[in-house]
Design a protein. Structure first.
Length: 397
């Protein structure tokens, strides 16, 4: 079920903290394989807020994989603000700013207190651990195909606006026509963008972004980028609400499973931990990412169990089934089970009366703690051992 996850920015409109670090911690615990697609802002935040050594440990120990993209996608707009605007889809790279070294080194110097030699050593380690790549030509081709799909454009534009400005008034019969002219595109719309932006800017500063035909097209085309990276990894997607609205529009029923999985995690945590959850514990400062790393080191079997669950059955239902089912050993009469310690310190089970199982020598009694430990050995590993023994104390302390 929760096998692979491809993570993009969680917060589109937050320059300083585009990632929700608590959510990322949660994703690393519940998913078997997490790949983060990072830009300059995401990489800087991780280095500064998580710390370079901790980030390197998360990567080297296999809890997080990072692909850093040295560029982006958007539109070149000519005749801006006139009735003759034209928009050309393109990729871009800001030389001297978007390369991995130029993005990582300033953040490392902040994290290390401007100790340049240490920053350089850490950057060398990070460069070995993080994959870097340029933009992808196939994304531009996919953008062109989507721009020529009027059904998609008609559905995605209102979805974008509603995700970012839910109280904005849209025309009853919304029009947003896109026409190709050579290698560029023109738009025609009956949207009142000034009124929509008045509502949008109640939560997002005008200096950060306004809705224009170009920004609407850019948002609509982000699904091409998200799908390109997710398909590489055969992964679900973790994206911000606007990107989620775009993806849902593009894929309709296909995306239902992907958008439902975070809900499964939320229900799982709400039912088992009441008001507590991992993201809140990290974001509130009650737990640090260092604490999360220690938790991850104990969560290997639990993460594998999560990845192995079926997609078409609720996570909570599968957890309850796994933690309440009885093994064949547990069906044996209690009187035939006895535990013994041999002289070498090895622990073996003696099943008296079971054919083919030898009797142990030097049988000793056990206290309550021993009994609990032995019960776990008899039953085999179950997910509640991690949830009750490790994860619940992590949230309750």
């Amino acid at each position: 079920m929760l096998d692979r996850l491809c993570v993009r920015r969680h917060r589109r409109f937050d320059i300083e903290s585009p990632l929700n670090l608590g959510q990322l911690a949660e994703e690393m615990i519940f998913y078997g394989d997490v790949r983060l697609i990072a830009d300059r802002g995401v990489l800087s935040q991780l280095i500064v807020q998580a710390g370079p050594e901790l980030l390197i440990a998360l990567i080297e120990e296999g809890y997080l994989r990072i692909t850093y993209v040295e560029g982006g996608y958007g539109f070149i707009t000519d005749n801006t603000g006139t009735d003759h605007e034209i928009h050309k889809p393109t990729d871009f790279k800001v030389e001297g700013a978007m390369e991995f070294e130029n993005a990582a080194l300033p953040a490392l110097e902040i994290a290390t207190g401007s100790r340049r030699s240490r920053s350089r050593r850490l950057m060398t380690r990070l460069a070995r651990s993080i994959e870097s790549e340029s933009t992808r030509p196939e994304v531009i081709q996919a953008m062109i195909e989507d721009l020529n799909n009027p059904q998609y454009i008609e559905a995605v534009i209102p979805a974008i606006i509603r995700s970012a400005a839910p109280n904005a008034v849209l025309p009853h019969h919304l029009e947003f026509e896109v026409s190709q002219s050579g290698d560029a595109f023109t738009t025609k719309t009956n949207l009142n963008l000034r009124a929509i932006n008045n509502e949008f800017h109640k939560t997002v500063p005008e200096t950060f972004m306004s809705f224009t035909p170009a920004t609407l097209l850019s948002a609509a085309m982000e699904a091409c980028t998200d799908l390109s990276y997710a398909s590489d990894n055969g992964a679900e997607l973790s994206v911000d609400p606007m990107a989620s609205a775009v993806m849902s529009t593009k894929l309709e029923g296909i995306v239902a499973r992907a958008t439902n999985l975070p809900n499964e995690v939320s229900i799982f945590q709400a039912r088992l931990f009441k008001a507590n959850d991992i993201a809140a514990a990290v974001n509130s400062g009650v737990r640090s990412l260092e604490d999360v790393l220690q938790l991850l080191r104990k969560a290997t079997r639990f993460r594998q169990w999560m990845a192995d669950q079926a997609d078409d059955v609720g996570l909570l239902a599968q957890y309850y089934e796994a933690t309440t089912k009885r093994t064949w050993i547990e069906t044996l009469p209690a009187k035939i089970a006895r535990w013994s310690i041999l002289g070498g310190g090895g622990l073996i089970a003696t099943l008296m009366g079971v054919p083919g199982v030898p009797l142990a020598l030097g049988s000793l009694g056990f206290g309550a703690a021993d009994s609990l430990f032995l019960e776990k050995l008899v039953r085999g590993w179950r997910p509640d051992q991690f949830v009750d023994g490790t994860l619940r104390p992590f949230l309750d302390e």
